[in-house]
Design a protein around this ligand. Structure first.
Ligand code: XMP
Length: 323
């Protein structure tokens, strides 16, 4: 007899029992799972929870503010935001290879997150024993069902901390599927923009720029992506598509004409897909008038973009993301 109310009640009681008067940390990614897990734990233990959000500068327009403002307003959670944009951009400078980019972003992310954890422990003391994770049922099945502790090596010396920080895990979503997580999030009062969010890759816009990642290119892609999202939402298509990556071909230029002059700008790729589980996908047959509106707006409003192209490849052979 499954209701969101009973799941929440059960988890809140279990988390209180598990944590007692000790403390927990939770990393927020901007995604649904970590947000709902954090909101549940917040409901259970309130100010004994501290959330950490690493701003790697690779988020889409408005997403960091969504976490910093809307999520905090909805939950009252204690949030530590680490602005690491410069650090990530520096680490990514000169790198075009997709796998290399992913490795760098992953590595920097762990370092920044661990440093934040260490600072929280330095601040709050050894009572910080728990790490909250938004593990879902499909993740549990995939990884063989294990649970327990996370052993985190600290690369940073923050005032006399142990070299190895061992956390016990809190995983309140372990029995839930994605749609159930969304229902729990909604019941907990999280904003729709967070609860109904489409998938977005951890490495963010870093893997949606084909070529080197720079601040200027990120800003440009953020503008184009915001326009595409705005028009898809306005057309009521958010529930019909799985996600729509917007990709900047930063190393490609093509000739165009705008006003009286010749331009030599970059193409933007729209990659709308429909899918059940992201393992396979088909390109979405979006209405032509919506595509036309997005194309017109992007080429009019985004400097240096003079062409918008549509990706009509299914997965396989194409992946959903371009990198
Ligand atoms: P691909 O490109 O492999 O993507 O067809 C499948 C799904 O996974 C998402 N994706 C990621 N999600 N970290 C994530 O959390 C990643 O590194 C990552 N790479 C791809 C992608 O957006 C799609 O939903």
């Amino acid at each position: 007899n499954w209701t969101t109310g009973s799941v929440i009640e059960e988890q809140v009681a279990a988390i209180r029992e598990q944590v007692g008067d000790r403390r927990a940390i939770c990393g927020l990614s901007g995604g649904v799972d970590s947000a709902v897990a954090a909101a549940l734990v917040q409901k259970a233990i309130g100010s004994q929870l501290t959330c950490v959000y690493v701003d790697h500068g690779l988020m889409r327009k408005g997403e960091t503010e969504q976490v910093e403002k809307d999520f905090v307003a909805a939950t009252g959670v204690q949030l530590k935001v680490v602005d690491a944009e410069e650090r990530f951009l520096k680490a990514l400078a000169g790198v075009s290879d997709p796998e290399e980019k992913r490795k760098i972003i992953g590595r920097e992310f762990i370092r920044v997150f661990e440093q934040a954890q260490a600072e929280i422990i330095a601040d709050q003391g050894p009572a910080v024993e728990f790490l909250v994770q938004g593990t879902l049922y499909p993740d549990v099945v995939e990884s063989g069902g294990g649970t327990g502790t996370a052993n985190i090596k600290s690369h940073h010396n923050v005032g006399g901390l142990p070299e190895d920080l061992e956390f016990k895990l809190i995983e309140p979503l372990r029995k839930l599927f994605k749609d159930e997580v969304r229902m729990v999030g909604q019941e907990l009062g999280l904003p729709d923009e967070i609860v109904q969010r489409q998938p977005f890759p951890g490495p963010g816009l870093g893997i949606r720029i084909v070529g080197e990642v720079t601040k200027e290119r990120l800003d440009l892609l953020r503008e184009a992506d915001a326009i595409a999202r705005e028009e898809l939402t306005a057309a009521g298509l958010d529930r019909d598509i799985w996600q729509c990556p917007v990709v900047l071909l930063a190393d490609v230029r093509s000739v165009g004409v705008q006003g009286d002059g010749r331009t030599y700008g970059h193409p933007i790729v729209l990659r709308p897909v429909s899918s059940e589980d992201a393992m396979t996908a088909d390109w979405s047959r979006l209405p032509y008038d919506v595509l036309a509106k997005i194309s017109t707006r992007i080429t009019n409003e985004v400097r240096d973009v003079n062409r918008v192209v549509l990706d009509v490849t299914s997965k396989p052979p194409g992946t959903i993301e371009w990198e």
